[in-house]
Design a protein around this ligand. Structure first.
Ligand code: IDP
Ligand code: MG
Length: 137
């Protein structure tokens, strides 16, 4: 099924100059971007985006980190885009991520782990609307 997912190239990956490598992986996996923008999140935007995690002990660190520098936000589209992207990303902790995944290649730590990807179709819809309200299904 053709579907959409939201990805974010996080500040650590932007600083490492691997935007191009990461977008190439999306394209080669059949989930090219249909919308993208580079921006620096405010702390408020980062907290809004990660609101589901607001009870987690790392919430303050995570949202400070996500607002620490430019990110690239992308809406990706393709067959099974949500799962295809989660498989491309690898495990949350780059040390546990499978060889060949984005996080294994570029993640610096469990927090600065190179990319975000929606985890289910409901969250994908909410997350795409958060950054691309103009994008209609
Ligand atoms: P995911 O990005 O693989 O879906 P989530 O559990 O949804 O992982 O966590 C959201 C983000 O919060 C992670 O990508 C990572 O940046 C950060 N994070 C998750 N667990 C930890 C932790 O134990 N310490 C610090 N940051 C974490
Ligand atoms: Mg998640």
């Amino acid at each position: 099924m053709k579907e959409r997912t939201l990805a974010i190239i996080k500040p650590d990956a932007v600083k490492k100059h691997v935007i191009g490598d990461i977008i190439r992986r999306y394209e080669e996996a059949g989930i090219p971007p249909i919308a993208l923008k580079m921006m620096t999140l405010s702390k408020d935007q980062a907290e809004g985006f990660y609101a589901v995690h607001n009870a987690r002990p790392f919430f303050q660190d995570l949202t400070t980190y996500m607002a620490s520098g430019p990110v690239v936000v992308l809406a990706l589209e393709g067959e099974n885009a949500i799962k295809v992207n989660r498989d491309l990303m690898g495990a949350t902790d780059p040390k546990k991520a499978e060889t060949g995944t984005i996080r294994a290649a570029h993640g610096a730590s469990i927090e600065a782990n190179a990319v975000h990807g929606s985890d289910a179709s409901e969250t994908a819809q909410v997350e795409i609307a958060f950054f691309f309200p103009e994008l209609k299904s």
